[in-house]
Design a protein around this ligand. Structure first.
Ligand code: NAD
Length: 339
């Protein structure tokens, strides 16, 4: 069993913790919380050991009479791999703490630049992460771009990628940053960081991206334009490449998928935990080829898409699995159609 801890029990941390519990080859040793609240109460109800992030927070747990097993340092003694899902930009401060405990670490995309030895998207570069001490699962948008672009590249070759990202303003439970009443260039200077982030995984890809925030909390939407290498490539060739791609689902407007809300509603109806959509979602009817360029809309559930990548990254750094073995186990446990 791979013993896993999760530091930071928010949007990503709670999902990764639940996903770890579903793996037959992993044991969730515990999660950290800064303070006792309903999230720590739910963790306790689920039988997840809760640790305080530091001594001050330990005292807060004890003062509230809440169940707590110790601090992050105690949890670090009980794990093989720590998933860092703490707030953005705390990764640099935590990295030496994990290193001192000799614990392998999975960082998230927002944890800081160039924190880890490898950036990670399972289907693109699982082997690069094998045996590494630190791996960074790239952001939600970067994960989706890597999945879709690498799939089309495999089928018909991609010479150049251009993407315009409409980003959700914030997550549904975040009352501090949204909803906003504006469309916000994010950032106003171009290009955005997503292109270079993709190049950390798909090395050498010619890609330029731009992004803006919109007043919604559910899902990002990418407008993607790919210049195809294969002479005379048709829409059917691009569709075939996408249909064969792992962790990518195809939907149609005529089946009622008229918006990102419908995709979340579908996940809700299918009984996905928290309505999570782990797959990059491509509108089949949007896929169009004009003058050697493929156009498409792709929707990204920012809260969920990186969950399977975190599980595969744990196996990659731990060792003993091929990409195919790990992705098959992860997909089966999360109810993702496996290809
Ligand atoms: P979040 O704010 O929902 O969760 C972070 C959790 O960490 C909170 O519960 C917070 O109380 C706790 N915390 C605060 N200070 C802490 C500390 N010092 N040590 C440990 N825990 C602490 O954040 P999130 O959205 O889950 O983001 C976590 C990481 O995942 C970030 O790097 C983010 O960029 C990345 N990410 C987020 C999304 C997304 O859309 N939410 C998508 C992909 C990647």
């Amino acid at each position: 069993m791979i013993r896993v801890g999760v530091n930071g029990y928010g949007t990503i941390g709670r999902r990764v913790a639940d996903a770890v519990k579903k793996q037959g080859d992993m044991e969730l040793a515990g999660v950290t919380k800064t303070k006792p609240d309903y999230k720590s109460m739910v963790a306790e109800k689920k039988g997840i050991p809760v640790y305080a992030v530091d001594m001050k927070s330990l005292e807060a747990f004890r003062a509230a009479g809440a169940s707590v097993r110790g601090t992050l340092n105690d949890l670090l003694q009980r794990v093989d791999v720590m998933v860092d899902a703490a707030p953005e930009d705390t990764g640099a401060a935590y990295k030496p703490v994990y290193q001192q405990a000799s614990v392998k670490t999975i960082f998230q995309g927002g944890a800081g630049d160039m924190l880890a030895e490898a950036s990670f998207v399972a289907q693109c570069n699982f082997d690069e992460a094998k045996g590494k001490r630190t791996v960074q699962v790239v952001s939600c948008n970067t994960t989706a771009l890597c999945r879709v672009i690498s799939a089309v590249d495999k089928g018909v070759g991609v010479a150049r990628a251009r993407a315009v990202l409409a980003r959700r303003a914030t997550d549904p439970d975040d009352v501090k940053r949204g909803p906003i009443d504006a469309v916000v260039p994010d950032p106003t200077t171009l290009p955005s960081h997503h292109g270079p982030d993709v190049q950390q995984v798909l090395k050498g890809l010619n890609i330029v991206t731009m992004a803006f925030k919109v007043p919604t909390t559910h899902m990002h939407l990418h407008s993607l334009i790919l210049s195809l290498k294969k002479q005379g490539a048709r829409r059917e060739d691009v569709l075939a490449a996408l249909e064969a791609a792992p962790r990518t689902q195809m939907v149609d407007g005529k089946s009622g998928f008229k918006s990102t809300a419908a995709i979340i509603d579908f996940a809700r109806d299918m009984g996905r935990p928290r309505n999570d959509v782990y797959e990059a979602t491509v509108w089949r009817d949007s896929v169009t080829v004009v003058d050697g360029e493929a156009y498409m809309f792709v929707a990204v559930d920012q809260e969920a898409i990186v969950v399977p990548e975190n599980i595969d990254a744990i196996r990659a750094v731990h060792g003993g699995y091929t990409k195919e073995q790990s992705m098959a186990l992860t997909d089966a446990s999360l109810g993702i159609a496996h290809r």
